[in-house]
Ligand binder design. Sequence first.
Ligand code: FAD
Length: 448
Amino acid sequence: MKNLYHSDIYKFNTPVSSYWEDTSSENLNLIKLSKDIKSEIVVIGGGYTGLLCAINLIEKYNLDVVLVEAGKIGWGASSRNAGFNCLPPSKMSFKKMQSIYGKEETKQFFKNSVEGSNHTRDIIKEYDIDCDVTGDNNFVVAHHKNKFEQIKEQAKVYKSEFGIETEIYSKEEFNEIGHGGTEQYGALSYKPGFAINPLKFVNGIAKYALSKKLKIFEHTKVNKIDKENGSYVLRTKDGSIRSKKIVVATNGFYQEGLIHQMDSRVLPVISNIIVTRKLNENELNAHNFKTFSPIANTKNLLYYYRKLPDNRILFGTRGDLTGSDQSNLEMSKNMEKFLKDIFPQWSNVTIDYSWRGLIALSQKLAPSIGKIDNEEIYYGFGYNGVGVSAAPWTGKQLSKLVFSSNSKDLDISKIYKGLPKKFIFPQLRTFYFRIAVWFYAIKDKLNI
Ligand SMILES: Cc1cc2nc3c(=O)[nH]c(=O)nc-3n(C[C@H](O)[C@H](O)[C@H](O)COP(=O)(O)OP(=O)(O)OC[C@H]3O[C@@H](n4cnc5c(N)ncnc54)[C@H](O)[C@@H]3O)c2cc1C
């Protein structure tokens, strides 16, 4: 099956130029696979999920692990996200989640989401990663006065049902500590949460993995998997790996056709980011932009933004719909307008960077962790654009499954467990998504 987007978005061998690439000097320059080898376990995908799974398999279970990455380490979303350590990794409202899975499972899901956020904070410390941590909470901003009641209810439920620390700020109060602008009608804050440089984070994890003797091959894309005498043989351009177990950690960049049981289950969605030039004190004061914490607003097609350590503004939203470089360019022009509509005093501020990547949605609207029936193939994906907290934690959970060959049930919410349904007429996935975008754009116009 063909990939869903234009080939421009799948240039695995070309690093995606971004603000992060310009602010991180590290380049690990690892070798690519050029011969036939064997390993107990192969991890496909060198982002947060794959790396954390591999590290745990080595450290906790002393297993022999090889990790292969089609691009350079972190080439996928892990090196180019917005760096928000936020939650939860789901596009489903907590009300809907409670009605489908019940109150207890929903509670457990949020508990696990908080564990994920804390786990990310813990590994930054434990692996000694300098990744420019800023802020100490997350903000959700009501973009319209109709939405203030909604965030007040969210704050109440987060606190009473899930034990999450929240606070509510009126428009005036948030103007003092957060920011002003045309679409700020009060905000809620929740903890835990902070922001990072995602590329420094993924490189730091990879360096730690190398210190634990993980064998990593960059620029090594698995094109095909065969089964021979009870083993899997993973074929890459210049070599192969024979192995007993496979971990698939490819999230939004999963290549359809690789493992038929996994095909048609992910809806990769493009998310775009722009970054302004550095703003001076007067410019920041023009909108009282004070906080360094991550901010998302209440639009259905949400805006997410933050002030970077060097006083630039990073701004992101759902991306272009085709994946070509040209549509990316057009989308970044639209985004510049969105940003300047909500912060009109910055109308002359130029944009220095724009890039995009794929996040992974599924019909489940929540992450999926598990093992394919009757195979030794394990998976963790579908973070709905909230992988900084969810993906490293998922990698760790996955390692427990892989070690036990699934004989040990994971002590996590059942919402995570198992594959999402396949899409009907999977080639129409981007069409379904377009319809959803139109629908939510209308809701946003009407502020409902
Ligand atoms: C623009 C953008 C902004 C985002 N912002 C945030 C944010 O602020 N906060 C947040 O929590 N999350 C955010 N996310 C989501 C987050 O980045 C992801 O959820 C997370 O990085 C997923 O990690 P991963 O390791 O599962 O996947 P990835 O980091 O995408 O890694 C998958 C890897 O698999 C490799 N691969 C694929 N196929 C093969 C193959 N056949 N052989 C070998 N390798 C292969 C790819 O090259 C890729 O590097 C954002 C994502 C994007 C795109």
